[in-house]
Design a protein around this ligand. Structure first.
Ligand code: FE2
Length: 100
């Protein structure tokens, strides 16, 4: 891998740490609002999965660049947004990019 490719991989992995963390936070908030057991179990699994993804990207970032690059402004804004804004963003994304 060239130096440029390695730097790009580090930057992408660093940003993915933030993205996965946001996914974890939104899943956790939706979990608190879930009204039935199957939905709660599904969202609990999502929280666990996002935490694992976050850790993998963090380890990769540190192994490539020595540290995790500061998140882009959009990720910082979304992470610090009120829960209702985060949940609306998540629902909008699910409507636009359905997984089934
Ligand atoms: Fe993920």
């Amino acid at each position: 891998m060239s130096k440029d490719q390695e730097e790009l991989a580090w930057k992408m992995a660093s940003q993915s740490v933030s993205t996965e963390e946001i996914g974890l936070l939104i899943s956790a908030r939706l979990l608190q609002e879930a009204e039935d057991a199957p939905t709660r179990l599904c969202l609990a699994t999502a929280v666990s999965d996002e935490a694992k993804h976050c850790e993998v990207f963090a380890r990769f970032s540190i192994s490539c660049g020595g540290f995790i690059e500061k998140p882009a402004q959009y990720a910082d804004n979304l992470r610090n947004a009120p829960p209702k804004v985060q949940t609306n963003f998540c629902c909008f994304t699910l409507e636009r990019f359905p997984t089934t």
